[in-house]
Design a protein around this ligand. Structure first.
Ligand SMILES: Nc1nc2c(ncn2[C@@H]2O[C@H](COP(=O)(O)OP(=O)(O)OP(=O)(O)O)[C@@H](O)[C@H]2O)c(=O)[nH]1
Ligand SMILES: [Mg+2]
Length: 303
């Protein structure tokens, strides 16, 4: 690789639900990050590695920035912090439909500590008339400062994504790739499979229930195709009452969650999957540091 090769890390930042995970998938033209219509879907940061002949850009999806409410929130915000510390540039995603909210100002506070370039992306432009987008651009410039580089995008439709990648290349260092060029993400297939089960919980369960869901893969047995990959997973909920709701009458809801998650995992692996799910109760796990750690969400020590 010549010395002209461009490579760097880019943090995707924003309040919950603005479309960060959708944007990561759009850049990669492949779905690896889970997406749902509800805020605080993403809990862990995740790298998605974009590559072309002259560059490698490691995009980091992050949990939405919010006021922390419990120990899980502290874990999530620490994930954002770590990504930001290592980033060569950041994308500040805003929702063109919703406009600026208090949480967006929280994101701006975070960005004040960040010394590298920031691009502001007005996402979901497919949902609003051009006039509204212009109005929001004006508001950002007058309230947040003239200096913002603004981009209009629709992560859902893949619009404007190429322009953002093009602009980032101007800011990123000339250096060797950070990851081997066949890598797509820093997550294991096991971790991605757990996330896809959790995604279906977000899509198919109402109210508070998905927020109290954690998924642990117990078994992930790779097999030679056409044999299916065998995956066994436990879905943890916080209360006894939630277990019944999740399973549903005659096990119908759990079956629907399993079937949809299986299809998503099959798409990702390009191979048939046999997915078996169990449901267990772990009382109030989001409040307990030891349990959080066991479920893969180690809460950082207070500084
Ligand atoms: N119409 C439209 N919807 C979008 C667009 N981008 C994202 N969405 C939708 O917005 C919702 C939230 O998208 P996510 O990608 O999960 O948002 P996020 O910022 O990752 O959210 P958290 O992980 O909760 O912080 C989903 O229903 C997406 O389909 C877009 O460009 N246009
Ligand atoms: Mg997300």
């Amino acid at each position: 690789m010549g010395s002209d090769f461009i490579s760097g890390s880019v943090a995707i930042l924003g309040r919950p639900n603005v479309g960060k995970s959708t944007f990561l998938n759009a850049v990669l033209k492949q779905k690896i990050a889970i997406v749902s219509p509800r805020p605080q879907t993403t809990r862990d940061s995740m790298a998605g590695i974009y590559q072309d002949s002259g560059s490698q850009i490691v995009f980091y999806d992050t949990p939405g920035i919010h006021q922390p409410k419990n120990q899980l929130s502290h874990y999530m915000l620490h994930e954002v912090e770590e990504v930001l510390e290592g980033a060569d540039a950041a994308l500040f995603l805003a929702d063109a439909k919703e406009g600026l909210t208090d949480e967006d100002y929280l994101v701006v506070e975070w960005l004040k500590k960040f010394k590298n370039p920031v691009l502001c992306l007005l996402n979901k432009i497919d949902q609003v008339p051009e006039g509204r987008v212009q109005e929001l651009s004006g508001r950002i410039k007058s309230e947040l400062g003239e200096g913002w580089l603004l981009f209009r995008v629709s992560a859902l439709k893949g619009k404007g994504v190429g322009e953002v990648v093009g602009q980032l290349k101007k800011f990123l260092p000339r250096q060797e790739p950070l990851f081997p060029n066949e890598d797509l993400t820093n997550k294991t297939l096991r971790e991605l499979a757990a996330e896809m089960v959790r995604e279906q919980c977000f899509l198919q369960l109402k109210q508070e229930i998905p927020y109290g869901v954690a998924v642990v893969i117990e078994e992930f047995e790779e097999k030679e195709p056409p044999q299916p990959v065998v995956i066994q997973a436990t879905i943890y909920v916080e209360k006894d009452s939630q277990k019944g709701i999740l399973i549903g009458s005659q096990g119908r809801r759990l079956k629907a969650i399993g079937s949809a998650a299986r299809q998503e995992i099959e798409r990702l692996l390009g191979q048939k999957v046999f997915l078996e799910l169990w449901v267990k109760v772990l009382k109030d796990w989001r409040k307990d540091e030891a349990t959080l750690k066991k479920l893969g969400y180690p809460v950082p020590k207070k500084k």
